[in-house]
Design a protein around this ligand. Structure first.
Ligand code: 1GP
Length: 237
């Protein structure tokens, strides 16, 4: 089986940026699944079965599928890897330790590649589903020091990825000054997502320091735009 984390670090070393398509099992249109992305992430804020979506992606293309679960019930060993999340903004034990403990046994027994990830919510201009479900206080758009401290804390507590999240369907993506300050402060790969709706917004996130950009809603609404993100990516330095 492919080692997803090794692929991420090797791709960064090669100087290439990565694009991920997020599929929310609640609103997925699997008819638009195609190759061309580096990975599919599968998961959502509300509890839903991810197994059928993972199977549909595997049936339709060869792109690795990585679980990005919003709830322990979304785990399936059929995915190629799992993002094992800690919600860095949260002060609620469910999102810091309880759900992780609830999942630990089945994850360990499955043998799936599990990648510890610090998940950092940034204000995206409107309340996101994650914010609503978890009650976590988001980092203000101009609070660069707090975003940096959260990301550094994630790395120092062993997370191998940091995800700066403006929220699914955010009005505005993660501000570039936050992306660049966090990128300079950490040594693990940086993922940025939430509210990215154009190749220009993707390029800005990459230019600021994102190693991986995640796009969800926009591709559900405008699958015809997928090629406009994918094709120029291969030409990026
Ligand atoms: C949400 O960052 C992802 O977890 C993607 O957000 O759906 O707004 O692209 P969008």
């Amino acid at each position: 089986m492919q080692n997803v984390y090794a692929t991420i670090t090797a791709t960064i070393r090669s100087g290439r940026k990565m694009l991920v398509r997020l599929i929310d099992p609640d609103k997925a249109d699997v008819s638009t699944i195609c190759d061309g992305f580096d990975f599919y992430f599968v998961g959502g804020s509300t509890a839903a079965d991810c197994t059928s979506v993972v199977r549909a992606i595997h049936a339709a293309c060869t792109t690795p599928v990585v679980l990005f679960p919003g709830h322990p019930s979304q785990f399936t060993p059929e995915a190629d890897a799992l993002l094992f999340l800690t919600l860095m903004n949260s002060r609620d034990p469910r999102y810091l330790i309880d759900w992780q403990m609830q999942s630990a046994g089945v994850v360990a027994e499955s043998g799936i590649e599990s990648i510890p990830m610090g998940y950092v919510l940034i204000d995206g201009g409107r309340q996101s589903a994650t914010q609503r479900m978890t009650g976590a206080r988001v980092v203000a758009r101009d609070d660069v020091p707090t975003a940096v401290r959260m990301a550094q804390t994630a790395e120092l507590t062993g997370k191998r990825l940091v995800y700066l999240e403006a929220g699914s369907g955010a009005a505005t993506p993660v501000p570039e000054p936050i992306i660049s300050a966090v990128k300079q402060a950490i040594h693990v790969p940086l993922i940025v997502g939430g509210g990215i709706c154009s190749p220009e917004q993707m390029y800005k996130a990459f230019a600021a320091g994102a190693d991986i950009v995640v796009v969800g809603n926009h591709f559900e609404r405008h699958p015809e735009d997928i090629k406009n993100f994918i094709e120029p990516l291969s030409k990026l330095p």
